[in-house]
Write a protein that binds this ligand. Structure first.
Ligand code: PLP
Length: 237
């Protein structure tokens, strides 16, 4: 089966714009990250040809194999977002992928580890803090209170630059079920902005294929969309 990637992208972009307009927002405030995990590099090439520049991967090794080994010379240059949990022993490869944004800083330990590696490499990393809004045990991310407690240390790490928050709601077939989770993330962001105005809290990474319109209506600035663009994934992630 051939996946009509360019058509899918167009449709998703239209739906984002329509949801933004309906919510009284400027569609230009919202960026689309096309989640290419599990799919071959060819799919990224097709999306690049259709004007998509931002891509998301959840495993550093897979990101490295595609975006550096296979796609290192691609033009235009894709912008890689790391969106999955990073194990400490994968931190070096995560850095080597040269991500434009790491959405998934989910515990102090990985923040310290990435900071140490970035300091040594003389680079800075742009990051979001992942929040487990629902308290679902199977989910990664900071409990909101723990994040607040850890922020003095996290914001002082010299090679990490915070830009906001990310969340993944519990899966529910009804996209409306995610609305309260998205709303709480935005409210938390507003509180953190008040408490730590010296940091950048502008980005809210929330919304996936089945709920991105709800996320846009609740203030998402980045949506991470995989299957609605690239089709179903054939093996579990
Ligand atoms: C896989 C994944 C997505 C995209 O999921 P779809 O439902 O295919 O849109 C978004 N965010 C994260 C963190 C993911 O792992």
């Amino acid at each position: 089966m051939t996946i009509p990637i360019a058509d899918n992208l167009l449709r998703v972009r239209h739906r984002i714009a329509a949801a933004a307009i309906k919510a009284g927002r400027d569609p230009g405030e919202i960026s689309l990250v096309a989640v290419s995990k599990t799919h071959p590099w060819d799919f990224v090439v097709a999306a690049l040809a259709a004007g998509q520049l931002d891509f998301g991967e959840n495993r550093p090794e897979e990101a490295y194999a595609k975006f550096i080994e296979q796609g290192g010379a691609a033009s235009p240059r894709p912008r890689l977002h790391l969106i999955g949990p990073i194990q400490s022993r994968k931190a070096t490869i995560a850095l080597t992928c040269r991500p434009v944004l790491i959405h998934s800083i989910d515990r102090p330990k990985i923040a310290r580890k990435l900071n140490g590696l970035a300091v040594a490499a003389g680079v800075t990393l742009d990051v979001l803090f992942e929040v487990n809004v629902s308290g679902e045990v199977s989910k990664f991310g900071f409990d909101p209170d723990r994040l607040t407690a850890a922020l003095p240390e996290l914001l002082a790490l010299p090679a990490l630059r915070s830009h906001g928050l990310m969340t993944i709601p519990p899966f529910d077939a009804d996209p409306e079920a995610a609305r309260p989770v998205f709303r709480v993330l935005r409210q938390l962001r507003d509180q953190l902005q008040q408490a730590w105005p010296q940091a950048d809290w502008s980005q809210l990474s929330m919304g996936m294929s089945h709920d991105f319109e709800v996320a846009v209506s609740e203030g998402a600035t980045i949506v991470r969309v995989g299957s609605a663009i690239f089709g179903p994934r054939t093996y579990p992630t």
